[in-house]
Each structure stands twice: as C-alpha cells, then as structure tokens.
Design a protein around this ligand. Structure first.
Ligand SMILES: Nc1nc2c(ncn2[C@@H]2O[C@H](COP(=O)(O)OP(=O)(O)O)[C@@H](O)[C@H]2O)c(=O)[nH]1
Ligand SMILES: [Mg+2]
Length: 363
C-alpha cells in the first residue's frame, strides 16, 4: 500500500483509528474497473488501496482503512472486489468478499460506482451487478449513493437530470441520490481535492443503515449475456419514454444545477478561507525568523562584550587608579546590559513559542 498524503483542508486525511473503533462503514460496490479503489482513496485522502487501469481486476480481497472524521467519529472505508468477472469461480469468490464487508461493518452507507467512461452511458453490466447485490441487501435511498464516475467534463446540459430519472427507473428507486464525478487528472491535487469534497459531502448526507443479508447473490456467468440483452432493452424503453418524461428530467436538472451552484460557492468560500490562512502563516513564520535572527545577534554581541571585559580585567590586574575604578564601573554597566539583553531574549523566546502555538492551532 502506498502512502501518499494529499493536501486537503476540508476533511481530515485518514488517521488509522484503533482497530474496530469504527461503528460505521462506507462500502464502495460496483464492477471491477469502475473506480471503487480510486474513489475510496480519494475519500481517505491518501493512496492506500491499489487502484489501477488494468484489464484484469486488481482488488481480490476485502480490506478497509479506518478513517477518523473527527475526534469522536470514525468510519471504515472498504475496498471490495467487483462482482462480474469472466469465470464463475472468480464471481463466487467476489460474492464472498462482498458478504465479508457487510459482516464486518453491517451499519454502513453504500456507494455503488457506475463507470460511464467517455460516453456517459450507463453500462448494462453495472446495472446487472446492482440488481444482483440489491436483491440481497435491499438498498434504501437515504443510506445509498450512486457514484456516476469517470464522466466526460463536456456533456449535454440535461445529462444529470436525464441520468437521475433514468436511474430511478432502472434501479426501481425513488429519490435516488446521485453524485456525478468527472474524470480527473489524478496527479492534480486541486482536482483530487474538488472530487474529495464533492464525494465526501454526498456521503455525509447519507445515513448508515443496518444491512441484513437476505439469501445469496444470484449471478451465473452463463446467464450474463441474456441479462445484458434484457437490460439493453430496458435502457431502450427508457429512451422511447424520454419525451413523456421531459418535465421530470427538467425538474431534476434544475435541482441539480442549483445544488451545483451552492456546492461551488461553498467550495470557493472554503478555498478563500484556506488561502487567507496560508497568507497569515508565512507572516507569522517571518516574525519568528526575525526574532530568531535578533536573538543570534544579541547572543554574539553578548559573547563579544564578555570577551572584551575579560581581556580588560586581565590587563588591569594590580593597577589601583581612578582609571581602574572607571573601568570597574564600565564593567558593571556592561554586566547590567548583558542581564537586560538576556531578559529581552527570554521575552523574545516566549513570543516565538506563542507564535508557534498560534501556527499549530490554525494549521
Ligand atoms: N484519471 C482518472 N482515473 C480514474 C478515475 N476514475 C477511475 N480512474 C482509474 O480507473 C482505473 C480503475 O480504477 P480502480 O479504482 O482500480 O477500479 P476498481 O476495480 O473499481 O477498484 C484506475 O486506473 C483509476 O485510477 C478518474 O476520475 N480519473
Ligand atoms: Mg479495486
């Protein structure tokens, strides 16, 4: 597991809570290659799970990372294998790994990842995997999120409205919560931050539900072809009904547009806040550096004075004159000056400490 922390200011980056501390889970489900591990990493804020572009699945066993949301709450973020694979044995192994996640953390929010690639179209196999798992765990809209992942940033103006209505029909779920996630350049921290904030917010709006397994996941590889045909037909039927559903689509689209506007405003505000903090930090850092510099100058000044004084005292040993009394006075003055400087240094040191503490609390 890589450990590559990314800068993120709005949600804390994952700290490993004590084992078993998390009472709630966040389960990313979906087919292999949809981006489950990638999105789990985005939420955590670090690349802890292996996620890669590969024609074979890369996650074979259920694993989780406990993620501390704040001092009182932690959540186990699960990395689970996909469901559909080319051979039955692999599908059966995946089913067991899916059960394992629900057994380990039955009180969970489920995020089902649909990968729409460059086309923006829902894939038949993703819908099949959804129904196979939903038949066993009975997802409910308040604890369930659809993550439409890998979206092309350029898309028709009614894409979201239409996709929400389509998902309601194809998943048989009213008020389905959908989070639209654009394909990002994963090396761009700012884009990762944006995705993290968006997905994090959508997940926090879900309430975990206790999942109880009802039977086994039914999925036979030799039936997938037929199931895909059926799903294709359902998608086509929806296409034919699009005209009738225009009002519903427009309604959903305007709700989405408003929510997007609000989200972007809150993201802008948050970023401005962070930038303000960042601007404040270097100035207190500069103050600290200035004080440290002054202390160094004072220290070397004191060392010089004290060396001069010692030299003079050595030179004048034995001479009892007015001149010597004057020199003694100078030495006393100089010692008083040294004490004054030492006191001033103490004040500066405590000022540096105060600035350091202030920096830690604003970080
Ligand atoms: N650049 C980029 N890559 C993505 C995005 N979503 C998924 N991927 C990539 O898709 C590939 C498969 O993702 P992965 O998380 O391993 O899929 P999983 O099998 O569902 O866990 C990985 O190479 C991811 O980095 C995205 O929004 N942007
Ligand atoms: Mg994976």
């Amino acid at each position: 597991m890589e450990n590559n922390p990314i800068e993120f200011y709005h949600l804390p980056t994952a700290r490993i809570a004590s084992a078993g501390a998390a009472q709630t889970g966040c389960l990313f489900l979906g087919n292999s290659g949809s981006g489950k591990s990638f999105l789990a990493n985005i939420v955590i804020g670090r690349d802890v799970f292996k996620a890669e572009c590969n024609c074979d699945s890369v996650t074979h066993e259920t694993e989780f990372q406990e993620y501390k949301i704040n001092e009182d709450n932690s959540c186990a973020i699960f990395n689970i294998p996909g469901l559909i694979e080319a051979d039955q044995q692999a599908v059966d192994r995946n089913k067991i790994e899916i059960y394992k996640a629900f057994e380990q953390c039955p009180n969970s929010v489920v995020a089902f990842v649909f990968n729409v690639g460059g086309s923006g179209r829902l894939k038949d196999e993703d819908l099949i995997a959804f129904h196979a798992i939903n038949n066993v765990y009975d997802f409910k809209s308040n604890s369930f999120l659809v993550a439409v992942n890998d979206l092309p940033p350029e898309r028709p103006a009614t894409y979201e409205g239409e996709t929400i209505v389509k998902l309601q029909h194809l998943l048989n779920m009213q008020d389905v919560k959908v989070c639209f996630l654009d394909r990002i350049n994963k090396d761009e921290l700012r884009q990762r931050d944006y995705l993290r904030l968006k997905l994090g917010k959508a997940l926090l709006e879900c309430t975990p539900k206790m999942y109880v397994k009802k039977g086994d996941i039914q999925l036979q590889v030799d039936q997938i072809k037929k199931m895909k045909e059926e799903m294709k037909q359902k998608q086509q039927e929806f296409g034919h009904r699009r005209e009738q559903l225009q009002n519903e689509i427009h309604q959903k689209q305007s709700e989405f547009d408003q929510a997007k506007k609000d989200f972007e405003q809150s993201e802008t505000n948050l970023r401005a806040e962070v930038e303000q903090q960042e601007a404040a930090e270097p100035s207190s850092q500069a103050q600290q550096n200035e004080l440290i510099k002054m202390i160094k100058i004072m220290q070397s000044g004191m060392a010089e004075q004290s060396a001069d004084l010692n030299a003079e005292q050595t030179q004048n040993t034995g001479i009892q004159t007015v001149e010597l009394r004057q020199k003694r006075q100078t030495a006393a003055d100089s010692q008083a000056e040294q004490r004054r400087l030492a006191k001033q240094m103490e004040v500066m040191k405590s000022e540096i400490e105060r600035l350091r503490q202030q920096q830690t609390s604003t970080a």
